[in-house]
Design a protein around this ligand. Sequence first.
Ligand code: NAP
Length: 251
Amino acid sequence: MQHSILILGGTAEARALAGKLAGDPRFAVELSLAGRTSAPAEQPVPVRVGGFGGAEGLAAYLRQKGVSILIDATHPYAARISRNAAQAAEISGVPIVALRRSPWLPQSGDRWTEVESVADAVNALGPDPRKAFLTLGRQELLPFEAAPQHDYLVRSVDPVEPPLTVPNAVYLTERGPFRQADEARLLQDHRIEVIVAKNSGGPASYGKIAAARELGVEVILIRRPELPDVPSVETVEEMLAWLDHAPPLLK
Ligand code: NAP
C-alpha cells in the first residue's frame, strides 16, 4: 500500500523533495502552498493552494485525505504554519517530520548584527542615512516606512504593491538562487552599506552573505523564530532516508 504524503512547502527544498518522490511508487504526494506568490514555481507533484483554517482545519484535511505522513518543509520563518502542523499531527495522530535547514553561522570577516524582529532591524540601521538592501518578504517591509532617511534597494519575488512611502527606494522583482559574484556586483552598483536579511540557511540565498563578507558590508540578520519540537531532518537526502524507514501504515 502507498503512503499518502502531504508536504507543506513554499521552499526550494520542498520542491526538490517532491521531485525526488514524484516517480516513487511507494508514495502518493501532494504539495501544499500558502498562495503568497502570484506565479509560483512549477512543481513536480499535484499542488493545493491556500490556508487550511488553523491546526483544526489542517487536522481535518489530513483525516479527509487519508494522509499517512505530514512533512513540514516550510521556511524556517513561517512559524505559524509549523506550529499548526505540529498541533494537527497531534490531533490527528498522523506522524510528522520537519525538513529544516540549519542556519548560517558567522565566519571570520562577517559583520553581522543579529536582531529579534524587523522593527529591531529598522532601529539597527541607526539615525543617519544609509544605503540599505532589504531582502525580506514584501509583507515585512512596512516597518521601514518609519525610517525614511535611508535609501532602500528592495528585492522580492512579487512586486511591492503599493510601494513604500519612503522617498528613495528601488525595487527588484527576482527569484533566487543568487550567485555570490552577481550579488557582489549588485552591492557595488548600488553602493550598499548594509543588508537586512533573514537567516534562511541553505545555499540559494547565501550569495549575498558571502558577497557582504567579501566587500566588508554589514548584515543585519533577523533571528529565527522558535519552532515546535518535532522530529526533523536538515536536508532532502536525510528526509529520503527517513522515508525509507517510515512508520508502517496502520490500515
Ligand atoms: P506563516 O505565517 O507561518 O503562516 C500563516 C498562514 O498561512 C498559516 O497559518 C496557514 O494558514 C497559511 N500557510 C502557510 N504556509 C502554508 C502552506 N505551505 N500551505 C497551506 N497554507 C499555508 O507563513 P508565512 O511566513 O506567511 O509563509 C507563507 C509561505 O511562504 C510558507 O509556505 C513558507 O514556506 C513560504 N515562505 C516563507 C518565507 C518567510 O520568510 N516567512 C520565506 C520563503 C517562503 P491557515 O492557518 O489558514 O492554514
